[in-house]
Structure formats: C-alpha cells, structure tokens
Design a protein around this ligand. Structure first.
Ligand code: 13P
Length: 251
C-alpha cells in the first residue's frame, strides 16, 4: 500500500502570530488522523518554531526551496544541511513559481533534488504544464522532460525516497482545478513512465496532486487510483479547510 500524504505549501505567507494560531488548530484537528501523513512546508524563518511546535505531533515540516550547493559564497541561499539543523523532513523542489519567477531550469531543479537527497531530505519534486502547453497537446512531453532530467542526474532508484507532485500551472491559485479524470490521466502517465524504468519504485511512488485543492473537491481527487494525496497552497492557510482536506485523505 502506498503512503498517503497531504502537504501544505504556505508559500510566502504568515507571521509568528498567525502561524501559531494555524499550527495550534492543526495539531488539535489532525491528532486523531492515523491513516495518512501530514506536513507543512513553511518559509525558512519559521522552521525553528515549527521544530518546537510540531516535534511531538503527527505533522512533519519542511522547506519550500534549497540551494543546489553544499556551502560557500552563495549570498542569500540556504543549504540542505541547514534545513536538517531544523529537523526538516521534506523540501519542495522545482515548484512552478520557482521555475517561472526565479528562472529555475530542469537542470537546476535536478541539482537541487540531488542536494536534498544527499542530505537525507525527502524532495517533493513538482512537475506540470502551462495552459498553452496543455492546449498545444504538449503536457506529457513537458512533464516527461521535467522528470527525465532528474532521473538522468539522480538515477531512478532515488525515487524510493522522494515524492512527485503534479501541479498543472493553470490550476495553481486560479480556482480552476484539474478534473479528477484530467489529474488521474497525468498521474497514471507519470507512474507508467517510471514503471518502464523500475516497476517496484513506480508502484510505491507517492504522487501528489496540487492546484486549487479545497475541502470541497479533495475527496473526488483523492478517490483516483494514482492520486496519493495533495500539495495544498491557499487552502493550507486556513486550519479548518486544511484539516478537512487531510480528513478526506485519511478516510
Ligand atoms: P493552490 O492550492 O493555492 O492552487 O496552490 C497550489 C500550489 O502551488 C501548491 O504548491
């Protein structure tokens, strides 16, 4: 049985006060949920307080980015080992906002994936197509390229300790969710491609869906065979909403 996982991606939101309220509510709301795993990926400055608040709970924490370099003169960057100092389990890699706004190429994303894994962090590798690419019939080609560069650099065997997130760019923060069938099609495509390289790893690979997941649509998405959970943006900032999404997966 594949692990089931819901991850909140807070993006650049929050402050100490709001975070405390959100986390206190989540710790209470999620405490009884035993059948799935949960995590929040927060801005770097709040990792220390997550370590304090979440250590004894069933919620893990992680970061939203890291440097591809181990250490050195890289002003403003944060290394994988620094994330380890704060007890991170996960790190999001190659989110479409990093790719489109901060110019991360498939090669940089692959290097970051390797840096995370070398430090024992679980990368949540994001892939997904833009609307133009989908309309041009290029969705599978784009996703295949995004994955291939990582597989080539890191090796297929590393996917036994990573998570893939399919996030169609057109569904992120737009309120437009991929239909369960649309998402399932891509998830199945990803798993099939992996299976051609390593059947066992593909069968166990956790593939999350992300893009306007809400309490109201989570159950139908999670009911799909190849959707193992969600990567949640906006809805992860509202405790009751995020908790409902987590319950939808836990069932
Ligand atoms: P939304 O849930 O706000 O659409 O964001 C999805 C996302 O980008 C998660 O990484």
């Amino acid at each position: 049985m594949r692990k089931k996982l819901v991850v909140g991606n807070w993006k650049m939101h929050g402050n100490l006060n709001e975070n405390k309220q959100l986390i206190d509510a989540l710790v209470t709301d999620l405490t009884e949920l035993k059948d799935a795993q949960f995590a929040v990926c927060v801005p770097f400055p709040y990792l220390y307080s997550m370590q304090g608040s979440l250590r004894e709970t069933n919620i893990s924490w992680g970061a939203q980015n890291l440097s591809q370099f181990d250490k050195g003169a890289y002003t403003g960057e944060v290394s994988a080992n620094m994330l380890n100092d704060f007890g991170c389990k996960y790190v999001i890699i190659g989110h479409s906002e990093r790719r489109s706004i901060f110019g991360e190429t498939n090669q940089i994303v692959a290097e970051k994936y390797v840096a995370a894994q070398n430090a024992g962090l679980i990368p949540i590798l994001c892939v997904g197509e833009t609307l133009e690419q989908r309309e041009a019939g290029l969705a599978e080609k784009i996703i295949d390229e995004q994955l291939s560069v990582v597989i080539e650099l890191a090796g297929i065997d590393t996917f036994d300790k990573s998570v893939v997130a399919y996030e169609p760019v057109w569904a992120i923060g737009t309120g437009k969710t991929a239909s369960p069938q649309q998402a399932q099609e891509v998830h199945a495509f990803i798993r099939k491609g992996m299976a051609e390289k390593n059947h066992k790893i593909a069968g166990e690979l956790v593939i999350l869906y992300g893009g306007s997941v809400k309490a109201s649509n989570a159950s139908e998405l999670f009911a799909m065979t190849d959707i193992d959970g969600g990567l949640i943006g906006g809805a992860s900032l509202v405790a009751s909403e995020f908790a409902s999404i987590c319950r939808a997966l836990n069932n």
